[in-house]
Design a protein around this ligand. Sequence first.
Ligand SMILES: Nc1ncnc2c1ncn2[C@@H]1O[C@H](COP(=O)(O)OP(=O)(O)O)[C@@H](O)[C@H]1O
Ligand SMILES: O=C(OP(=O)(O)O)[C@H](O)COP(=O)(O)O
Length: 409
Amino acid sequence: MRTIDDLQVAGRRVLVRSDLNVPLDRSGDTPRITDDGRVLASAPTIRTLAERGARVVVCSHLGRPKGEYEEKYSLAPVAARLSEVLGERVAFTGDGTGDIAGASAADVVAGLADGEVALLDNLRFHPGETSKDAAARAAFADQLAALAEFYVGDAFGAVHRAHASVSDVPKRLPHAAGGLVLAELGVLRSLTGDARRPYAVVLGGSKVSDKLGVIRALLPKVDALLVGGGMCFTFLAAQGHGVGASLLESEMIDTCKDLLAEGGDRIVLPTDVVIADRFAADAATAVVPAAGIRDGWLGLDIGPESTELFAGRLADARTVFWNGPMGVFELAPFAAGTKGVAEAVAARGAPGQAPQDAAFTVVGGGDSAAAVRTLGIPEASFSHISTGGGASLEFLEGKTLPGIAALEV
Ligand SMILES: Nc1ncnc2c1ncn2[C@@H]1O[C@H](COP(=O)(O)OP(=O)(O)O)[C@@H](O)[C@H]1O
Ligand SMILES: O=C(OP(=O)(O)O)[C@H](O)COP(=O)(O)O
């Protein structure tokens, strides 16, 4: 893959696809970024290009808006944070419409001087970004490509998406991989092939339908697959348990039955769950056996017994990959499972252990990385904190990642 060192960017417009999809707290008057890890991880490539005299046009998605403008998904707060991190003005092109790469964005870009940076608004405000219709994606990719002379793919967290800005624009412009993408691939390669055994994967989070599919591919490669978070309830349902109002992918229950039959005791499910009568920090809560979730209640964290069980299965692991919080860690009553598992993973890689005993530990995913940091676990306790959850999982699965494949040609 070409790197940015291979591009002569001085005086040229360079479109950088970053993943600035950060968690936001929208409970106050203005949205607040709760973890800026992806901004910090994306900044070095942007800064290097600007220092080399490029006119840098950064673009990203944020959350999952449905192809039209919605103020709560605007990248405006991210533009402000990026500007602080770079110590430079960032010209935000958002104009309150879904016309992300249209005339008003082109005007802002045309006004950039060498070394200046602009940020487009949320790419997913435009229906062409995520469209399954190749012609719709192509039309949006043409617009994006017209904004620049070079393309740099640096959105590691989104390289598993066949979206216009990820896989179609690089087909239209001379391109290179950014430093974040190269660094992530370098680390994750050590988890494929000859990973040291036992190899444990911990899966949780809320993107259940995305990630259940990955389990089938990972199962033959791992010694233990610990399943918590929103992911576990479809498995509990497959075992015949009621899951109340918990996150459930009913059409995947049969798949989970097959996986349980195939995985045997390598698949480890929670034995107890923290349930709540509603999704709120001040909800009534109870710890119940996994088989005892009350009708109408939601499972929002794994219970203390499960946290111990998971920690026990991690205790002898030599390789650990973890994606997806064990519960709704953003709300204090449902953070203990994630904290306990984070500590158990951190303990495996902690300095002080003989190197032959320590594990190679990777935490991946926007929210998982945010959880580690907001729960106060030192980042240095992990071998690597990846900006991509789904992207890392699909890489480990051995899938072709559209955003990488497009940079390789
Ligand atoms: N039991 C649960 N029910 C609903 N949401 C959950 C549950 N457990 C975890 N979550 C949510 O999952 C989200 C993160 O999921 P995901 O995006 O898959 O992780 P990552 O960004 O690390 O890849 C968090 O916002 C968390 O609140
Ligand atoms: O947050 C992301 O992925 P992750 O939750 O798997 O880490 C990426 O920004 C991709 O977002 P998407 O899953 O909405 O395509």
